[in-house]
Design a binder for this molecule. Structure first.
Ligand SMILES: N[C@@H](CCC(=O)N[C@@H](CS)C(=O)NCC(=O)O)C(=O)O
Length: 223
């Protein structure tokens, strides 16, 4: 039975992108139901589909699966024959740790640079944001050194799906990056599914004031 992935706006919904990318990368055919966020009709529509009233949510075989990482785990089990994580207990544990860290952490980066694919140009970096960026450098450099690239664990895994929106934020806000991290951002940008997502995002016209305001506060008119 075909699954339906409920997503938010492609320009803004970083959580939606994660399981969407995983499904697309592995060629899983699914239906996409886009519900624009922050409209007056959004909360009742999302509440009907998801217990948290948030996107993404996956509907499959009479089941409702919410939370991006839980959706990735379900996709891994049901559609990917558990190939969504790297082979090898050590690498798998490492990848799961990073995916959880991404899901639970990076609040400064997520708060100050919410995903807004229309933004382009350098943004100021305060101490808190700098800490998140430094941690990303450590993670990506360690992964490239340990597993040899081109993806975080060699082949594409759920860890890449989890970090992809963060890579797009770095593309939009252009902080200084090491060679390994810049290469990884480029690799994400060149993924055919990401190119499709970006093209669809460009066609969207909705404006989420909340996401725009974060940037205006940081530096008016900079990007
Ligand atoms: N922890 C959740 C976060 C989901 C989330 O915050 N989704 C946002 C869109 S990116 C949303 O649905 N916002 C609508 C709202 O909060 O009303 C996950 O990993 O899926």
């Amino acid at each position: 039975m075909q699954a339906t992935l409920v997503i938010g706006n492609k320009n803004y919904s970083s959580w939606s992108l994660r399981p969407w990318l995983l499904l697309r990368h592995f060629g899983i055919v699914f239906e996409e139901l886009r519900i624009p966020l922050n409209l007056s009709e959004t909360p009742p529509l999302l509440r009907e589909l998801s217990p948290t009233g948030k996107a993404p949510v996956l509907l499959h075989d009479g089941r409702t699966i919410w939370e991006s990482l839980a959706i990735c785990e379900y996709v891994n089990e049901v559609f990917l024959d558990v190939q969504g994580w790297p082979a090898g207990t050590g690498a798998r544990a490492h990848a799961r740790s990073l995916a959880c860290e991404m899901h639970a952490g990076f609040s400064n980066l997520r708060g100050q640079w919410p995903m807004n694919l229309r933004r382009r140009g350098p943004m100021p970096i305060n101490a808190a944001l700098g800490q998140d960026l430094a941690r990303i450098e450590i993670i990506w450099n360690e992964c490239m050194e340990t597993y040899g690239g081109p993806w975080l664990f060699g082949g594409f895994s759920i860890a890449d799906a989890m970090f992809a929106p963060l890579a797009l934020r770095l593309y939009c806000c252009q902080p200084p990056l090491s060679e390994a991290s810049a290469g990884y951002v480029l690799k994400i940008l060149e993924h055919p599914a990401i190119m499709d997502w970006l093209a669809a995002a460009r066609l969207e016209t909705e404006v989420l004031q909340e996401s725009e305001a974060a940037y205006r506060l940081a530096e008016p008119g900079n990007c």
